[in-house]
Design a protein around this ligand. Structure first.
Ligand code: GUN
Length: 284
């Protein structure tokens, strides 16, 4: 079997076409949606992600502001900027690119963002609302993955889903969304005993480990939907995911490529959350 490709560039473009119209409607009513992105340090991957987020805003008609700080900046400088952005009526979403340098208390920084501007959905209130199935900002990467299922017509009810990776950014919210959609969810990590056995039972397999090509085709149930959240740089400079794509594509029914799978969907859903936030501000 050769899997169908879940193309994040194509789905992202499709969704973003509607976003531009929405942004223009809001702007016409006096609320141009605005996103502030904060980048601390020189991590190359983060720089690329932030640039892509800012460019995506421009294409969708969303105002954006980028604030970059050196690795050794005092955390208070960033906290002061967040406080100013919390009070800035031009800004409806604030994103602090992770990871932060080691001398930062990342939780304290995230908690400094006003809950109504937490378009990443990482604050405790948002996470709590997500767990309870209440309205919230859904973290962008798992939100984008759910859009793939919707687009491909994958019914999650009663399915066995395995999420490999337990980060606050992806693994935990992903598990929650799959659970809300009616799947039976197992959360594993790279050290889980019999990881292979767990993966082999998965109708839906989400890999968010950060280890290049760790999920090999012998770990995949024939016909499974395979979502690869990993973005790893190989020694030759090329990107690869956490899944060994070349062998997995012959076993899976659907699979995301890297690059061009989940990555563009994360950015797409950041735009969606920023628009949603602007809409809420406009109606209050
Ligand atoms: N680093 C990796 N993924 C993300 C994300 O979705 N949001 C933020 N803020 N940082 C990240």
């Amino acid at each position: 079997m050769t899997a169908q490709l879940l193309d994040g560039n194509a789905l992202g473009q499709k969704l973003r076409a509607g976003f531009k119209q929405k942004a223009e409607e809001l702007a016409a009513q006096g609320t141009r949606p605005g996103l502030a992105v904060i980048l601390v340090g020189g991590d190359q991957a983060s720089q690329v992600y932030v640039r892509n987020k800012v460019n995506a805003c421009a294409q969708a008609g969303i105002h954006s502001e980028k604030y970059s700080y050196d690795d050794d900046v005092a955390p208070q400088v960033v906290l002061d900027k967040i406080a100013a952005l919390n009070a800035d009526p031009k800004i409806h979403g604030i994103l602090v690119q992770l990871p932060l340098p080691k001398h930062f208390d990342a939780d304290a920084v995230l908690e400094a963002i006003a809950p109504e501007k937490d378009v990443d959905g990482f604050r405790a209130e948002n996470v709590g609302a997500l767990v309870q199935g209440q309205a919230c900002f859904i973290p962008c990467t798992p939100y984008g993955v759910m859009k793939f299922f919707e687009e491909a017509g994958v019914n999650l009810k009663g399915k066995e889903a395995v999420v490999v990776g337990r980060s606050n950014i992806v693994g935990k919210p992903m598990a929650m969304l799959l659970m809300h959609a009616g799947a039976t969810v197992t959360v594993c990590h790279s050290q889980t005993r019999d990881l292979k056995g767990h993966c082999q039972r998965a109708d839906i397999l989400v890999a968010a480990i950060g280890k290049p090509k760790m999920i090999t085709c012998d770990m995949i149930k024939p016909g499974a939907v395979v979502i690869d959240v990993g973005i790893n740089r190989q020694p030759d400079g090329k990107l690869c995911g956490d899944v060994d794509f070349d062998s997995a594509k012959d076993v899976a029914s659907f699979i995301t490529p890297v690059p061009g799978g989940v990555g563009p969907m994360t950015i797409t859903m950041l735009l969606a959350n920023t628009l949603e936030s602007a809409e809420r501000f406009a109606s209050t």
